[in-house]
Design a protein around this ligand. Structure first.
Ligand code: C2E
Ligand code: MG
Ligand code: MG
Ligand code: MG
Length: 278
């Protein structure tokens, strides 16, 4: 016992390191077979037009049903898929599945698919998009691609985005305001839409500055010809503030959670429609 403080004490840490490494390797191995095993699914969350108070689109959100761990968050496995070179394959599958579902919707709703910056490097993104559109018959105007600012986009990626825009596909900047390069991004690429990160929405009630920032972003977007969507709207109070601040579109649990593609609802509930909101 007296020796606990000696070098032996350090060794106690080793099994934990091994456990973490083993868990990571197991996750990688599971991820490599997940697509083939049919463990991925795409959920869809409504995007609500503020003026019309109607669902005008859905964001596609990837889900992994792990046989032992249940639903694993994309925030956990997407970074791993990027690192081990699986993101191209998975991303192409999401594109195809999202477009297939959207082509069967009852109206002209848009479908927004998240792109990982790593997808630009590992596959021919335009080819994956074209394949998804061709197989589904979805009109390119109904497809939106969301890109986060977490990783800098190189010139090759910008060229790929331009090629997609030329097809009529819209490009949205996701999680705006969280990265360090938001404004230089807006200058470098003609986005169609800015998605204001949910951290700004979450703090609306507690921090008076937040609404000023939101108002500035919507004004900036409008002056650049971009629409703005606020993410993570959970309450009627937040919605009222965002509406007053000039946001064009809102998304969040207040209007609907992500749901499986076969269980979508295309109309807002009666409590969320214009009459009740007035
Ligand atoms: P994101 O693109 O910013 O998606 C919005 C996230 O916020 C989703 O988390 C959504 O479920 C969640 N969310 C929506 N409304 C609310 C709300 O009112 N409150 C709260 N607290 N959360 C809300 P999710 O589905 O876990 O996805 C997390 C992130 O994983 C996404 O963030 C996106 O960056 C990434 N992701 C999801 N699907 C894909 C995909 O197919 N490909 C890639 N590359 N990334 C994906
Ligand atoms: Mg997104
Ligand atoms: Mg986002
Ligand atoms: Mg996010």
């Amino acid at each position: 016992a007296a020796k606990l403080a000696g070098p032996g004490a350090v060794r106690a840490f080793v099994p934990d390191m091994d456990a973490a490494r083993r868990a990571r390797r197991a996750l990688e191995a599971d991820l490599r077979q997940a697509l083939g095993a049919g463990q991925f699914d795409v959920f869809f969350q409504p995007l609500v037009d503020v003026r019309r108070l109607a669902i005008t689109g859905f964001e596609a959100l990837l889900r992994w049903r792990h046989p032992a761990r249940g639903l694993v968050s994309p925030a956990e496995f997407i970074p791993v898929a990027e690192e081990i070179g699986l993101i191209g394959e998975i991303g192409a599958w999401v594109l195809a599945e999202a477009c297939r579902r959207a082509a069967g919707w009852p109206g002209e709703q848009t479908v927004a698919v998240n792109l990982s910056p790593a997808q630009f490097g590992v596959t021919d993104l335009a080819a994956a998009v074209d394949a998804a559109l061709a197989a589904s018959g979805l009109h390119p105007h109904r497809l939106e691609l969301e890109i986060t600012e977490s990783v800098p986009l190189g010139d090759d990626s910008l060229a790929a985005l331009h090629a997609l825009k030329e097809r009529g596909i819209r490009i949205a900047m996701d999680d705006f305001g969280t990265g360090y390069s938001s404004l230089s991004y807006l200058r470098r690429f003609p986005f169609d839409k800015i998605k204001i990160d949910q951290s700004f929405v979450r703090e609306l009630a507690s921090r008076p500055d937040c609404i000023k920032i939101v108002r500035s972003i919507t004004a900036l977007g409008a002056s650049l010809g971009m629409t703005t969507t606020a993410e993570g709207v959970e309450t009627a109070e937040q919605f009222a503030q965002l509406q007053a601040a000039g946001c064009d579109q809102v998304q969040g649990y207040h209007f609907g959670r992500p749901r499986p593609g076969a269980e979508l609802v295309f109309d807002l509930g009666p409590d969320l429609r214009p009459a009740a909101a007035a």
